[in-house]
Write a protein that binds this ligand. Sequence first.
Ligand SMILES: C[S@@+](CC[C@H](N)C(=O)[O-])C[C@H]1O[C@@H](n2cnc3c(N)ncnc32)[C@H](O)[C@@H]1O
Length: 372
Amino acid sequence: MAAEGLVVGDEREVRIGTIAHGGHFIAHSDGRTLFVRHALPGELVRVRVTEVARKIVRADAIEVLEASPNRVPAPCPWAGPGLCGGCDFQHVSLPAQRELKEQVLSDALRRFGRLSDEELADFDLAVRELPGHPDGLGWRTRMTWATDSAGRVGLRKHRSHDVVTADRCLIAAEDVSAPGSAAAGRVDREVRGRAWRVGGADFWQVHPGLPEALVDAVLEFGVPAVGETWWDLYSGAGLFAAFLGEAVGESGRVSAVESSPAGVKAARRALHDLPQVGLEEGDVARWLRTAPGHPAGVVLDPPRSGAGCEVLESVTERAPDRLVYVACDPVALGRDVAILGGNGYRLANVRAFDGFPMTHHLETVAEFRKDL
Ligand SMILES: C[S@@+](CC[C@H](N)C(=O)[O-])C[C@H]1O[C@@H](n2cnc3c(N)ncnc32)[C@H](O)[C@@H]1O
């Protein structure tokens, strides 16, 4: 059949290749590259095409003809082709999920970060399990339930507004796992003995073990010291600013920059005992244009799209000694590694966490040092 002949609904038998970012796997058919969900590398599967675009063909594995040893029965009855789009890896053993995420991170640093295999060999890219949820279930502290036109409640299908009717979510924590139970109001959280109260719509990591793991890595990589000046860019409710503030003490200074007024308000409540932390409400790029001085260190925790050229160039112009980057998207991190490399900052350390079991997502903390 001609390359352009593939249409939605076509079925093909394909051998699955490597993982691609986004929870799908590469296969080839009809002269096209297919991005296949619900499969695993090495498997022979029957796929059904779900979307055909100019550059991309998407497909679901609907029958497994030769299974990978890493395949397991999905714990969730709503996971699978055409069902809930929330999880990508319910059919994969948890150790194999983490290995797949490590491959995605490694690939992103090589392809987008332009690091050689020799450079990558210096880093431990293993994606670490977080404590508390050994089966990868029951960790998600926030949920958004959807309602279809008939008023039935459930979860959205992959890349669709259609709703799969469901009466619980297995990755959700007990108190938010059923429709109607989701806490839309304020939630109380504690990290390293410090308390936060954040609004239901404000940013806060959804895995209960992730904030502490990220703070530990940020402090270990950044080594903030008494009297220093630090910037916490994209600071949310002030998670990193709080512990940077404790580390630099009253003789130091932390500027935390966040665009969401609600995030700044939550930070103001939680960090009221830290006069050395200044909370700046606004856009990071704009704030950097007139930011005062030369910080000893900078923490960046941008949204999924990454920090980008303008922000990173403004930061590196101020020549901080230490730069710690918290990334929720490995490809955006890779792009920003390349930008930082071009501005005199080399990757010095990486620590990745499985903050989103059963999904393709991971969280990475990266340390950069100024080239001498
Ligand atoms: C990944 S969250 C990190 C929040 C915080 N560091 C934490 O760990 O809880 C990114 C934050 O950046 C904020 N944000 C997004 N774009 C921004 C911008 N251009 N300027 C300032 N803040 C921004 C969002 O509101 C969000 O709170």
